[in-house]
Design a protein around this ligand. Structure first.
Ligand SMILES: CCCCCCCCCCCC/C=C/CC(=O)SCCNC(=O)CCNC(=O)[C@H](O)C(C)(C)COP(=O)(O)OP(=O)(O)OC[C@H]1O[C@@H](n2cnc3c(N)ncnc32)[C@H](O)[C@@H]1OP(=O)(O)O
Length: 287
């Protein structure tokens, strides 16, 4: 692991954060061209299934990559392509993200992508992680995570990148940014997203201790917004979405924009790049 990280640190982050802008949450333009994403999508079977109901304007994106929907480069690429397509489809106003797997929403970043890979591949992978976050957190669609299983680390990031979280009421399912328990550090933009969700103190405790919360505990700290029985998670997400879509899109988007601008550090791009390198350097030192 140390070698992987050491090599990764040597790799330039050129262009990785070039699109990282607070305005991306509300701009209609793509973060990066679909073309480049499609070029690097080498997967054979779909890891993502999307159904768009044109009568409601709501798409359901189902993650279907056994065993645990881990976020590999192929998975992230497919995820971003689907998000871009929906973003550009003006008939789509709302997106629900869920999993077809029993017990797991997403296990987070694919550990195998961080081990024994070339610096170029590591850089490409990390860029894809950032793109997922930019596209989701920056989406113009109303987004709801229907969390029907455990959702550690990158799975949690995906969930808190959505506007609203509904989780299955099962104490066996957990969610949280548990990176420090693994001896790695969540990048600052993971932290920002968590702070925007649960507030400063809860985020500080959560990040430093690498806490994974059971579904009921996640509700207590506001990491998720609602708990429901397993068989109601999707229907509740659909009902909730109709409330979100009753709000005119422009008003919701502007309100989100104001919230994000006042609650997220608008770091200069160079600073953002250096902060990511800093996280990786710390990991290299300790692993
Ligand atoms: C310049 C470029 C730099 C590039 C390098 C970057 C390095 C930077 C470091 C900083 C990064 C910080 C950010 C990290 C975010 C992350 O997401 S790290 C990943 C953290 N994920 C986890 O901790 C989850 C671990 N998994 C679980 O807790 C459980 O698997 C589960 C609760 C999700 C499901 O449990 P269960 O249903 O009991 O299944 P299991 O038997 O545990 O697993 C089944 C199967 O899946 C494999 N697996 C599990 N998780 C992952 C994963 N994250 N990636 C890949 N594979 C995974 C597990 O090994 C089992 O495989 P086998 O059946 O044994 O083959």
């Amino acid at each position: 692991m140390a070698n992987v990280l050491r090599n990764s640190a040597k790799f330039g982050f050129s262009g990785v954060l070039s699109q990282l802008s607070i305005h991306s949450r509300h701009g209609r333009e793509c973060v990066s061209p679909c073309f480049s994403l499609q070029q690097r999508n080498n997967s054979t079977s779909p890891k993502i299934k999307v159904d768009l109901d044109s009568s409601t304007g709501v798409a359901v994106l189902r993650m279907q990559s056994p065993p645990v929907n881990s976020l590999s480069l192929d998975f992230l690429t497919e995820f971003c392509i689907n998000l871009e397509k929906l973003e550009m489809d003006r008939s789509c106003r709302g997106l629900i993200i869920t999993s077809t797997l029993s017990k797991v929403f997403s296990a987070g970043l694919d550990i195998m992508e961080m081990y024994g890979k070339s610096p170029e591949r590591c850089g490409e992978f990390w860029k894809a992680v950032q793109e997922m976050w930019l596209k989701l957190y920056g989406s113009n669609m109303a987004t709801i995570a229907a969390i029907n299983g455990s959702s550690p680390a990158g799975g949690c990031l995906m969930s808190i990148g959505c506007d609203y979280r509904i989780m299955v009421d099962n104490p066996r399912y957990s969610i949280g940014l548990n990176e420090t328990q693994l001896g790695i550090v969540a990048p600052f933009w993971f932290k920002d997203t968590l702070v925007n969700t649960v507030g400063n103190r809860a985020a500080e405790l959560s990040l430093e201790l690498g806490l994974l919360y059971s579904a009921p505990d996640a509700l207590k700290i506001g990491l998720v917004d609602q708990l429901v029985p397993e068989d109601q998670v999707l229907s509740t997400a659909q009902d909730t979405m109709s409330k979100w879509l009753a709000i005119p899109d422009h008003a919701r988007q502007i309100d989100q924009c104001v919230y994000i601008i006042y609650n997220t550090s608008p770091l200069p791009l160079d600073h953002a790049r250096q902060m990511d390198q800093c996280v990786i350097s710390v990991c290299i030192y300790y692993i």
